[in-house]
Design a protein around this ligand. Structure first.
Ligand SMILES: Cc1ncc(COP(=O)(O)O)c(C=O)c1O
Length: 419
């Protein structure tokens, strides 16, 4: 037998093993100053393309005032206890009613965090006899919800309807034996590469197969559909989504989440969802803040219009310059380049320090070896000038990538990162 910590100390995990070279720079970077298009990184101003504040609400003065007034009125504790016990209020109920109406569902239920909320939603919707069929590229919170399921589960190839159908056939066979049902799960917008889930084609399969459909619309809520009602609305199939989920952590620029469905289903979740039954209720500052943000979505289309103006300028500009931005159908803007991890690190360092551009970098094992994904999130706070500077910077780094500058720099940079 060994000490429990032996393994932990020896093997820091797939990301943890890079900590000494990457921490504080590529991972756990500190972006400082008010959340906006320009923030500070290591004391220097950078154009920030890595914050999911799509509508630019994070620092909207009207919203900041509502947040501050609610904090002054209620403090950060109220209400105490789980919703079911002592943490329920009229305002929680009002927010749920307004959210449900906004996404065209009968009812909704607040969740403290998106991650734990959807994990627990998946867990609550299925019993051991049921079968889950989900997109292989689904977010970790869905994967972890599926992990709690003790019955059968199948993945289908990313956004591949033929593969989904094959797996629905397998799931149907299992469910017929167990007497259970089938839950299909997709994201509304896949946050890494930006494709929309093929919700329209997925719901069309309901003609042939008996299943219920859960959509995680973290990136679609606020950015797609009428007034930001989400990807289901954008594709005209919101009424076919049985359980709709979105977080407040992106377009709403806050913390919390919600799940919406028919009243009977939400009532069941209220009485059975462990993440909410055994955790403190969402604090009032977040509830009042969410009511205000939702009102902004409903009544202030200019934020979404400005967002999409920036998205178009950035994505069209990148395409015009010959960059590969994959098959995004959303605000999420991936730029695919070729290079090793050390090359990617030196490129990103140059981009941040010499061009003043801060975006996220994704490498193997999240994407195939030899590819570098720079992920840009346009927001309503960006300007066309930001876009222009960024496009020029990208042309600059591509030239250096192609002439081998980063390959030569990569070794030196690996050594100097911590100094
Ligand atoms: C698709 C998706 N679902 C859920 C979450 C989790 O949301 P939260 O940050 O509210 O926990 C995220 C956030 O990264 C996400 O991208």
């Amino acid at each position: 037998m060994r000490d429990l910590f032996d393994r932990i100390i020896k093997n820091k995990g797939p990301l943890g093993k890079w900590a000494s070279q990457a921490e504080g720079y590529f991972v756990f970077p500190k972006l400082e100053g008010p959340i906006s298009n320009r923030m500070k990184f290591k004391g220097k101003e950078v154009i920030t393309w890595s914050v999911n504040d799509y509508l630019g609400l994070a620092n909207n003065p009207e919203i900041r005032k509502v947040d501050a007034d609610a904090a002054a009125e209620y403090g950060s504790a109220y209400p105490m206890g789980a919703r079911m016990m002592s943490g329920h209020t009229d305002l929680h109920e009002q927010l749920e009613n307004e959210l449900a109406a906004f996404v065209d569902k009968e009812s909704s239920y607040l969740l403290n965090f998106g991650y734990q909320g959807i994990l627990s939603t998946v867990d609550t919707l299925v019993s051991k006899d049921d079968v889950i069929v989900y997109d292989i590229d689904a977010h970790a919170c869905i994967v972890d919800g599926v992990r709690l399921h003790i019955g059968k589960r199948f993945t289908y190839k990313h956004n591949d309807i033929e593969s989904l159908e094959k797996n629905l056939q397998r799931a149907t066979k299992v469910a017929e034996q167990t007497g259970g049902g089938i839950l299909v799960i997709s994201e509304g917008v896949f946050g890494m590469r930006g494709q929309q889930g093929r919700l329209k084609e997925i719901v069309a399969l309901k003609q042939k197969y008996n299943f219920r459909f859960l959509v995680d619309d973290a990136h679609g809520f606020g950015t797609l559909g009428e007034n930001g009602k989400g990807t289901g609305d954008e594709q005209g199939v919101q009424d076919q989504i049985d359980v709709y989920f979105a977080t407040f952590a992106k377009s709403m620029a806050s913390t919390g989440a919600f799940v919406a469905a028919d009243k009977e289903i939400i009532d069941y979740l209220k009485y059975n969802m462990r993440s909410q039954m055994f955790a403190k209720s969402l604090q009032m500052q977040l509830v009042k803040g969410a009511l205000k943000r939702l009102d902004m979505l409903r009544t202030r289309p200019e934020f979404k219009l400005k967002l999409w103006k920036n998205v178009s300028a950035l994505q069209n500009g990148l395409k015009k310059r010959g960059f590969d931005i994959g098959t995004t159908q959303s605000c999420v803007t991936p730029v695919y380049l070729k290079g090793s991890i050390p090359v990617a690190m030196s490129l990103v360092k140059d981009l941040r320090e010499n061009y003043g551009i801060f975006c996220s970098i994704v490498v193997y094992p999240v994407i195939p070896k030899g590819l570098i994904l720079l992920r840009l999130i346009p927001t309503a706070t960006h300007t066309l000038d930001d876009v222009k500077i960024t496009l020029e910077a990208f042309s600059g780094i591509r030239e250096k990538l192609e002439n081998g500058t980063y390959l030569r720099l990569s070794e030196a940079i690996m050594n100097s990162l911590k100094s």
